[in-house]
Design a protein around this ligand. Structure first.
Ligand code: NAD
Ligand code: LMR
Length: 340
């Protein structure tokens, strides 16, 4: 009963109405970094997802134990664990969705950009393998700094001749999850009913929640909106400080990653009107990548939705975030183009 209620709240059961269980297509999901703080609970949540038929868990260490453990859960998917680079190809072959939480997390006092040097190298290697072994997969990038790792992935795929901008996603769902939670708490409305788009990027002021578009409507003062915005922008840092050197958000991130991967799978399966915010190649602003609401379909991004009407405060936030987001994007792109 507990499992059923977790599954219902996570995956809302939409697919059950849309398909009989026989009609649910086979889907392979690969998690790269599956033995990590995010990877383990994410592996659990993907094992609970009835849309997954094969769950592939890859890490440079400790995957056999995680895979053995998760594989005992009596749900649909077959689980396989892969460890070390010589097993990466097998882990990826045939994947429909690849989720990447591989890389180092922040410690107090660090910015996400401080992770660039080490995580850029990890993401480059993994994306080269994706281009080789599952070039058609949807890629869900979680590794930070997302504002740079997504452009890095795009350049690696371009180099390999496999880039499809509809299939590369920076996972910003945790920003939406946080904005919904903080808004509901302040407005005293049921959190399950709350919707808040979050646009821009995934670091500090580049995270721009659009509370003027939040539903259900609440009567907040300008000060309240400012405080909610700041708390959403600093949500990651709040967790990093609370964990005091033991890493960053893992459980809430696994939840957010599972929501986003589920949306990708629903889109692939032809479920209509699947909309989530994500950091994607975009022309809704002058920046080459931008997070906004996107409609997901059988080929990945089906439509990038516009920003909608913004309040003056949000318009200011949008202009303020552009220089930082632009330079993080360029840093990622140049690190591949100029082999930095
Ligand atoms: P972690 O250190 O607990 O786990 C990372 C895992 O990656 C480890 O198991 C490690 O062995 C593995 N790894 C390292 N190099 C690898 C490689 N080349 N191939 C495969 N696996 C490899 O860290 P974590 O807390 O799980 O965080 C992972 C990343 O996710 C960090 O970069 C963090 O900043 C980021 N993150 C992003 C968001 C977001 O909203 N997008 C939220 C939270 C954390
Ligand atoms: C988050 O938003 O929690 C992640 O990006 C991790 C971090 O470093 O804050």
């Amino acid at each position: 009963a507990i499992l059923r209620s977790i599954k219902t709240s996570l995956f809302r059961g939409n697919q059950c109405r849309a398909f009989s269980s026989e009609a649910v297509p086979d889907r392979k999901v690969a998690v790269l970094g599956a033995a990590g703080g995010i990877g383990q609970p994410l592996a659990l949540l993907m094992k609970l997802n009835p849309l997954v038929s094969r769950l592939s868990l890859y890490d440079i260490a400790n995957t056999p134990g995680v895979a053995a453990d998760v594989s005992h859960i009596n749900t649909r998917s077959e689980v396989n664990g892969y460890m070390g680079e010589d097993q990466l190809g097998q882990a990826l072959e045939g994947a429909d969705v690849v989720i990447i939480p591989a890389g180092v997390p922040r410690k107090p006092g660090m910015t996400r950009d401080d992770l660039f040097n080490i995580n850029a190298g990890i993401v480059k290697n993994l994306c080269q393998a994706i281009a080789k072994y599952c070039p058609n997969a949807l890629v869900n990038m979680i590794s930070n700094p997302v504002n740079s790792t997504v452009p890095i992935a795009a350049e690696i795929f371009k180099k390999a001749g496999t880039y499809d901008e509809k299939k590369l996603f920076g996972v910003t769902t945790l920003d939406v999850v946080r904005a919904k939670t903080f808004y509901a708490g302040k407005a005293k409305v049921p959190v399950a009913e709350v919707n808040v788009p979050v646009v821009g990027g995934h670091a500090g002021i580049t995270i721009l929640p659009l509370f003027s578009q939040a539903t259900p409507k609440a009567n907040f003062s300008d000060e309240d909106i400012k405080a909610l915005t700041k708390r959403t922008q600093d949500g990651g840092t709040e967790v990093v400080e609370a964990k005091a050197g033991k890493g960053s958000a893992t459980l809430s991130m696994a939840y957010a990653g599972a929501i986003f991967a589920d949306a990708c799978l629903k889109g692939l399966n032809g479920v209509p009107d699947v909309v989530e915010c994500s950091f994607v190649q975009s022309n809704i602003t002058e920046l080459p990548f931008f997070a906004s609401k996107v409609r997901l379909g059988k080929n990945g991004v089906e439509e990038i939705l516009g920003l909608g009407p913004l309040s003056d405060f949000e318009k200011e936030g949008l202009e303020a975030l552009k220089p930082e987001l632009k330079s993080s994007i360029e840093k990622g792109t140049n690190s591949v183009l100029l082999k930095l």
